[in-house]
Design a protein around this ligand. Sequence first.
Ligand code: SAM
Length: 214
Amino acid sequence: MSSRVSPAPAADVPSPIDFHDPAQARAWEADTVCKRPSRPRFFERIAEAIRDGGRRPAILELGSGPGHLAEHVLGTCSVGGYVALDFSAAMHALARERLGPAAERVEFVLRDFRDPEWNTGLGLFDVVVSQQSAHEVRHQSRIPAFFRSARAATRAEGMFLYCDSYVMPGGTLDPQLHVAQDDQPRLLQEEGFLAVTLLHDEGGMALYRAINPG
Ligand SMILES: C[S@@+](CC[C@H](N)C(=O)[O-])C[C@H]1O[C@@H](n2cnc3c(N)ncnc32)[C@H](O)[C@@H]1O
């Protein structure tokens, strides 16, 4: 009799930050603004891709955090709807504070995108976007499942905009947590996305547009 043993699931790479803690959420925000001066350029490339999409899209942002991207997109694009999904109420509070009256245009959803059922009842979106949040699945082996679930939330011919840091030879990022540069487009293609296009690459972080063929 053959005994088939499934490989043990990879252990989480521990996060140095508790995003649920309001003080740590605020500290992350201040720190990332300092450490990543390139972020506004990524936001603008994302907004350009949304405008080029040519309709008033329904947008879902995964791991929306303190609302920096939402602020840029709502201020520069004609948007049909904006769902900000995060598992941290502290992050949603920061986003509400940042957006002010524009927060009325955002539906804030408190969910964990590692839960296989996270997209239940949310419907389909013209645009799904994740900015520096895919690695929060806390192990690079789970990135394909993250892409699969993002695709499942995207309408046919809709787009997934994926931005995250990648591992560089001799760099400081943990290869258990982050994927290599070449693996970013490869994994998107393996999960069935088409027309995978690099939109911006700066400071060890890359933004891709990928189309869900349906
Ligand atoms: C590195 S921050 C990026 C925030 C935002 N995208 C930005 O660039 O400003 C990661 C965000 O993902 C959220 N997050 C982490 N793990 C999550 C999970 N399993 N489900 C949903 N959100 C998660 C955190 O609360 C945090 O807001």
